[in-house]
Design a protein around this ligand. Sequence first.
Ligand SMILES: Cc1cc2nc3c(=O)[nH]c(=O)nc-3n(C[C@H](O)[C@H](O)[C@H](O)COP(=O)(O)OP(=O)(O)OC[C@H]3O[C@@H](n4cnc5c(N)ncnc54)[C@H](O)[C@@H]3O)c2cc1C
Length: 417
Amino acid sequence: MTTAIYWFRNDLRLKDNPSLMQACMAADQLLPVYVHLPNLEQETPWGFQRMGQHRKIFLDQSLQELRSELRDFGSDLVEVPGDVLDVFEKLRAQIDADVIYCEQIQAPEELEQVALLRNAGFKINPVWQSSMLDSQSLPFQMQEMPDVFTQFRQQIEKNKFRFAYPVDHLKSIPPLPAIDISSTQSLGRNTISTGGKFQGGEQSAHTHIQQYFERRLPDTYKQTRNQLIGMDYSSKFSPWLAQGCCSARTIAKQLSEYEICCGENEGTYWLWFELLWRDYFRFLHFKYGKKLYSPKGLSKHLGNEFDSEHFFKWSSGNTGESLIDAGMRELKKTGYLSNRMRQIVASYWIYDMKGDWQAGAAWFESQLIDYDVYSNQGNWLYIAGKGTDPRGGRPFNVAKQTLDHDPDEVYRKMWLT
Ligand SMILES: Cc1cc2nc3c(=O)[nH]c(=O)nc-3n(C[C@H](O)[C@H](O)[C@H](O)COP(=O)(O)OP(=O)(O)OC[C@H]3O[C@@H](n4cnc5c(N)ncnc54)[C@H](O)[C@@H]3O)c2cc1C
């Protein structure tokens, strides 16, 4: 009798989850587990909580949906607070399982968690599954991946890669081993909704995606994607993608089916193009690893020093620059910000306020409902000129951006009054 653990990480779904599928095929009994890491509840070196309220609520909703889906299969979800090693040591003692299946996360802290488990004798099988493309069949070795996004994209397109096919749906999930899970069920966490626009969970993800295509919003995506107000100017797939409530491959497959039935256009291409940026930042992690997390990033120079007074002004939306203040207030209030505003406020922090880019990235990590380790780090490095961009940084002119994107002050009035 093989008993194994499935460790849900940023893959809170049952559909297109190859790692979970492997676990289901290999084990006679399977314990699905989610670990609530205490370090996410702690303060960052810059003096704020690492995981803010918006993401906690979305995460909690996603876990609730996942649990209910697992129950439909006769299984369940064990949620345990604690450090990864402690949690799995305790579970191993209870159910005598030292085999763990999980998704692979190629970022330093997450790799460290896996290394710790391995050193403690666990047989852990991480599976890479969060990209749209298959990492195994890229037209280059990961270490030789082109640094510049355009070159990366050209190689992908030249080889006609679009997306990897999602795996079949799960047919069954092995029964739970004997364990008392009642104590782990209600962690009394963040069940009070703030009435946000996003509802976490796999079902909710698929409903949102389906409606996005049914309403033919991809057709206008190219024209609207830089707007600032509303739910429809961009896809809003990111919160679900970040928690893994749906896979990028599933979205790309739907996009491709949409193109077959409704026609390819600039909008459908551009949506794929943006999903490719997501992959690009993921794959850069295989090539550069921890270097992406040093203050210099891949550059030769340190960033600006941290100034807490400046930081407070920026993060609370009190800089006196109306577009920036509107953006920072939207972020704090909703946990979401358009891509254009993310670029503008990040640039303002780094180049106008001479702020520490790592503090900015950490603030986004804390606030964003769609925080994704690779996309956040990659975009901050890019704007700060500490990544692979040959232009060495992306300063945005706030006056010009204001004229281009909020000439009638509609956005600013929305968040400043
Ligand atoms: C400073 C900064 C920090 C960011 N931090 C994050 C983050 O933590 N998590 C995150 O998901 N995105 C991040 N982004 C990228 C981008 O802003 C968001 O993915 C996008 O705004 C999400 O809204 P959407 O789903 O409507 O995107 P759409 O415009 O509809 O794009 C579709 C999908 O493509 C992907 N995508 C789009 N733009 C980018 C991009 N620039 N980089 C990587 N993937 C992209 C996302 O998965 C997105 O859901 C950041 C951008 C900046 C400038």
